[in-house]
Write a protein that binds this ligand. Structure first.
Ligand SMILES: CC(C)(COP(=O)(O)OP(=O)(O)OC[C@H]1O[C@@H](n2cnc3c(N)ncnc32)[C@H](O)[C@@H]1OP(=O)(O)O)[C@@H](O)C(=O)NCCC(=O)NCCS
Length: 190
């Protein structure tokens, strides 16, 4: 697979890890309760960026609080991950089990997904998304605000390269915003 020159190869003896050319090691780790402050900081940066597309409420101290974060260590079907590059925190993924927007069947959902600006366009986001989808086989949905052009192109490409088929998102109008919802199946495991 070639991401504009960022070629990747599996590391011998390290099946869960992928080496990106230019000596970059991308890893996806389960976030433990001790990682909560790091996740809170990343969620704050994510919210600042999200605020460009959709108004987000910040505290009087300017901080963003993600109220559902504690549930990721309490409720079944919620899974927090950190993305690391060369052992450094580069982003996060929050996965949850929910009901499909189209119908009512149980599906896996990317609740939130973020890569820090300095680590973008190196294939790390796509690696992380593919690894999460492989970890939880079954039906998936991914929602993105139509106004989030970069996010839309990212999911479009990540799903295309994962399933081998062009993704066909459906439109959803909710809370005064237009969302695009991708639905697909992960038949992989691992
Ligand atoms: C969207 C986001 C997760 C992408 O992460 P990333 O690590 O930079 O993505 P990758 O390097 O794996 O990109 C894979 C492909 O997605 C597409 N893509 C990624 N960012 C893009 C952008 N800004 N514009 C257009 N296409 C983009 C490209 O096809 C890219 O392949 P290429 O670099 O070979 O052209 C990151 O920009 C981000 O965290 N944005 C803010 C939060 C957000 O929007 N989250 C997702 C919405 S729910």
């Amino acid at each position: 697979m070639d991401y504009g020159g960022w070629r990747r190869r599996r590391l011998a003896g390290s099946p869960g890890r992928l080496k990106v050319a230019h000596c970059m090691l991308v890893d996806l780790i389960s976030a433990e309760p001790a990682h909560r402050p790091v996740l809170s900081d990343l969620l704050h940066l994510y919210a600042r960026e999200f605020n460009e597309f959709h108004p987000v409420q910040f505290g009087t101290d300017g901080r963003f609080v993600y109220r559902d974060l504690p549930k990721y260590w309490k409720e079944a079907g919620k899974h927090p991950f950190l993305i690391q590059i060369d052992g450094k925190t580069a982003g996060f993924v929050l996965v949850q089990q929910t009901r499909a927007i189209s119908g009512d069947d149980p599906v896996w959902e990317i609740a939130e997904f973020f890569v820090l600006k300095e680590f973008r366009r190196r294939g790390a986001g796509m690696d992380a998304a593919h690894r999460v989808w492989k970890r939880f086989p079954g039906m998936w949905q991914v929602r993105v605000l139509q106004a989030n052009d970069a996010g839309f192109h990212f999911w479009d490409q990540a799903i295309l390269r994962f399933t081998g088929n062009p993704a066909q998102p459906s439109a959803l109008d909710r809370g005064g915003d237009r969302w695009l919802v991708f639905s697909f199946e992960s038949r992989h495991s691992g």
